[in-house]
Ligand binder design. Structure first.
Ligand code: TPP
Ligand code: MG
Length: 702
């Protein structure tokens, strides 16, 4: 271990190597001190990976600390998010500035020394794990292992796509690299494997993962859990696999990254052999260094090993700040300045493309984005939700050039294929394609979709609703990151009948309704599908989920019933009895059960029962409406209410109250044709009408 730290009043000029070491030890000691002060956190991995992060930031990355949202910056994803102190240290030392939600550059630091002193405390810009949106310079929220590396694949797809669409001869507007740092956990998680397999297939040579091979996770040495030949695995995926045998050898690290830059047609995987808790004599190479403070004595010993003043806390020598300013600061400013000039010339020559880039960066939609959206005429036979969705999506994608996405091997069933001239497939050799084929990898698809959205593309992903379970962790992060990603789920109930209970969602609607920060819509006919898309496309900071039917749903006659524009309010009165008198009963439904309620309503009205039908495609949107509107749809004094939905009944008490009824699912479904399932589980107009009569204490009129 070196003893070259000269933190204070260094009497002579330090050599470059000494400055490197001083900077690395500064990252280490800031991390140690922050964890010690917080009495919680993960010191060991920052101690080990400080040299790597130092090299990446101060020597390699094109990143301008003055403008952390410069579109052509290299991306850095810390997939082992528990090592967040690495990021807080380097954001602080590089002097990275903050930006706000309106993309305005603020003068203040993204992470101040005071934030680091308050690591993991409320309000600090140095939280426990990297949080996108909360801390400028964080490219993705990480913590759930495997997510960050999978996001990075979406980011690399985005870069290739952007370069393909916008670069012109002599105008390399996009040409950045994506780095992800990861650990054993990321490599053990399935989503990491899915993502690596996809990245290899797509030959993403702008992508570099650096794997912290420390052979330690929480429960101890990985010999008890993780003994595969990881190099062979990544070779098998088609990656360029490199190894750096000493995490302290910064020259070797830099040359491995240099090889990454020169490698075409394959992503690069660098196995970095490291020692968790490096420098702490009793915790080095042990899982004890992973997730708890070192303790005062061990902190002292580690600092001694680094040649650092043992009693100094949160010490940042001026030399270190200057060294970062001369490194990433100067390099980033220079690269960004050159790019600004290039982009100004590009704007003159290609004003329309430049305007697209501007709009995209601000998550705006181009003028005329909703031009040509279809209207579906009344039709008893109707159209399937997925079918209407495919038509709408194709129109939107024509109007919004940066709307891209795909499905997990279900493009033909989910109807999300973009089919217009020139849409094309995103594949190696055709990186401008708009259709991404994710293969049967739902989790990586959702995580990559987040990566696309983080890169400011409008991204969609599709599969059957039941398989949202395979994508859920990434959807949750999309909500947390406030990304306008669009998840299109078809086969939203029992419509795939014969496939049986394994394919029939029951609890998914309730579970996503319970999740904060998501807009879920389950439209009832073709025109509600159009309105659902119109609503979700305008979201700039929220993911949206569409639950769409597999089977045709009658297209309601909107001259008889209310306009589908009511979708924008989450729920609306679709059908009402004539006159001003209040209804006797309210039927509430979403999706495929709405037309069923309309039929029941007609039957009840014929019997003299004044029923109202409320179409409720979205609880989330409805909850955001003013009380007066909500009361106008569901008048508090009309307590006879029946909700009908082919899903778990869980939660519907909110709208039907304790005296209402819910016709829904209390079990899993079954394998049979849809008609039989509807009969078995009671999704028939007669059953709804019968429930209403029971509720009102009426007999069926003869
Ligand atoms: C999906 C997920 N499961 C479990 C955890 C809890 N966890 C945090 S770190 C960690 C161990 C990870 O080991 P490794 O990636 O090798 O990290 P190291 O200790 O080497 O830094 C675990 C299990 C998590 N953050 N995410
Ligand atoms: Mg490990």
């Amino acid at each position: 271990m070196s003893a070259v730290a000269r933190p204070k009043n260094a009497p002579r000029q330090m050599s470059g190597a000494e400055l490197d070491q001083l900077a690395i030890n500064c990252i280490r000691t800031l991390s140690i001190d922050a964890v010690q002060q917080a009495k919680s956190g993960h010191p060991g991995t920052p101690m080990a990976l400080a040299p790597l992060v130092y090299v990446l930031w101060n020597r390699v990355m094109r990143f301008d600390p003055q403008d952390p949202i410069w579109p052509n910056r290299d991306r850095f994803v810390l997939s082992n998010g528990h090592a967040s102190m690495l990021l807080w240290s380097v954001l602080h030392l590089s002097g990275t500035r903050a930006v706000n939600a309106d993309y305005e550059r603020l003068g203040q630091p993204a992470v101040s020394l005071d934030d680091i002193r308050h690591f993991r405390q409320l309000g600090s810009k140095a939280p426990g794990h990297p949080e996108y949106r909360w801390v400028s310079g964080v490219e993705a929220t990480t913590g759930p292992l495997g997510q960050g590396v999978a996001n990075s694949v979406g980011m690399a797809i985005a870069e290739a796509w952007l370069a393909s669409r916008y670069n012109r001869p002599d105008f390399e507007i996009f040409g950045y690299d994506v780095y992800a740092v990861c650990g054993d956990g990321d490599m053990m998680e399935g989503v990491g494997s899915e993502a690596a397999s996809l990245a290899g297939h797509l030959a993403l040579d702008n992508l570099c993962w650096i794997y912290d091979n420390n052979r330690i996770s929480i429960d101890g040495n990985t010999r008890i859990t993780f003994t595969e030949d990881i190099a062979a695995r990544f070779l098998g995926y088609g990656w360029n696999v490199l190894r750096v045998g000493d995490a302290n050898d910064i020259e070797r690290i830099e040359s491995a990254i240099d090889i990454f830059h020169k490698t075409k047609g394959r992503p690069t995987f660098i196995i970095l052999d490291s020692h968790i808790g490096y420098g702490a004599p009793h915790k080095h190479d042990t899982s004890a260094a992973h997730g708890e403070p070192l303790g005062d004595d061990e902190v002292r010993l580690a600092k001694r090993a680094y040649g650092w003043p043992e009693d100094a806390k949160f010490l940042v020598p001026d030399d270190v700040r200057e060294h970062f300013a001369a490194g990433i600061g100067a390099r980033g400013a220079e690269a960004h300045g050159r790019w600004n000039e290039l982009f100004a010339a590009y704007r003159k020559k290609y004003p329309e493309l430049a305007a697209e880039i501007d709009q995209m960066q601000r998550r705006e939609l181009p003028h005329g984005w909703d031009r040509g959206l279809p209207t579906f005429p009344a039709d008893a036979k109707g159209i399937a939700g997925r079918e209407a969705s495919g038509k709408v999506l194709n129109v939107l994608a024509l109007n919004i050039p940066w709307l891209v996405g795909g499905s997990a091997d279900l493009a033909s069933s989910t109807k999300v294929a973009l089919k217009f001239d020139g849409a094309g497939d995103f594949e190696p050799g055709t990186p401008g394609g708009r259709n991404i084929h994710y293969g049967v990898r739902e989790h990586a698809m959702a995580a990559a979709t987040n990566g696309l959205a983080l890169s400011k593309l409008r991204a969609f992903a599709a599969t059957f609703f039941i398989f949202s379970d395979y994508a859920r962790p990434s959807i949750r992060l999309a909500a947390m990151m406030e990304l306008p990603a669009l998840f299109i789920f078809t086969h939203d109930a029992m419509g795939d009948g014969e496939d049986g209970p394994t394919h029939q969602p029951v609890e998914q609607l309730a579970s996503f309704r319970a999740e904060p920060g998501i807009v879920l819509l389950r439209p009832c006919d073709g025109n509600e599908v159009v309105e659902a898309y119109r609503y979700v496309m305008q979201l700039r900071h929220k993911p949206a989920l569409l639950a769409l039917s597999r089977q045709p749903l009658p297209t309601l006659d909107r001259s008889k019933y209310a306009s589908a524009a009511g979708v924008a309010r989450g729920a609306y009165v679709l059908a009402d009895p004539p006159g001003d008198e209040k209804p006797d009963v309210i039927l509430i439904a979403s999706g495929s059960e709405v037309s069923l309620c309309v039929d029941a309503h007609e039957e009840l009205m014929a019997e003299g029962i004044r029923s109202r039908v409320v179409s409720m495609p979205s609880w989330d949107i409805f909850e955001d409406q003013p009380q007066a509107y909500r009361d106008s749809v569901l008048p508090p004094d009309v307590t006879a209410r029946v909700a009908v939905e082919q899903a778990s009944t869980f939660g519907w008490e909110r709208y039907v109250g304790t005296s209402g009824r819910v016709i829904g699912m209390k079990t899993f479904g079954a394998s049979a044709p849809l008609k039989e399932l509807q009969r078995k589980f009671g999704f028939q107009p007669e059953r709804v009408a019968k429930t209403v009569r029971e509720l009102l204490g009426r007999r069926k009129a003869k």
